[in-house]
Design a protein around this ligand. Sequence first.
Ligand SMILES: Cc1cc2nc3c(=O)[nH]c(=O)nc-3n(C[C@H](O)[C@H](O)[C@H](O)COP(=O)(O)O)c2cc1C
Length: 175
Amino acid sequence: MELLNAIYERRSIRKYAKVQIPLDHIEKMVRSAQMAPSWKNSQTARFYVAHTEKAIEEMRDCLASFNKERTENVGAFIVTTVKKGISGYVNGEPTHLGNGFECFDNGLSVQNLLLTATELGYGTLIMGLYKPEKIKTLFQIPDSEDVVVVIALGKADISPDAPQRNSLDQILTIK
Ligand SMILES: Cc1cc2nc3c(=O)[nH]c(=O)nc-3n(C[C@H](O)[C@H](O)[C@H](O)COP(=O)(O)O)c2cc1C
């Protein structure tokens, strides 16, 4: 699939049909996430995957109730975290964005992951509302990391239109 096709065809999927996801597909997605640029190549993103039925159900219990409903039948969840206090810091001091570059780097890697999932024929949903402490306990995530997003991964059982985007003149300034 051409890159631009994947960019334009990716949708947030909120209804899934049951499917097993081979682990090598998940590894391929995480490998592509690793290729994203990061602050001084600090690579502070980490990935935790719920793949067994039990782990998937445990993860669904960590989600906001509306997200739990939307993720019935998913084949996996991928939790991304950031190792704190590294990306966006110079001699231990943050830039004007505070710790913003941590999540910036994480987002770059997540988009690579989503586009690879699209190319492999999967639907995805990024979720920002979840119970972080419960997820940290489930995967034994150390306090040096913050949970950023949870990504549902599976076979789409719906084919939504792209939500409206702003017009270019609303977002683009050229001098
Ligand atoms: C950081 C972030 C958090 C999000 N959280 C949720 C969420 O909790 N539940 C949900 O259904 N969608 C969530 N979304 C998906 C957005 O609503 C979606 O990307 C947006 O409406 C554009 O639609 P599209 O992804 O199909 O292009 C989230 C997206 C991002 C980037």
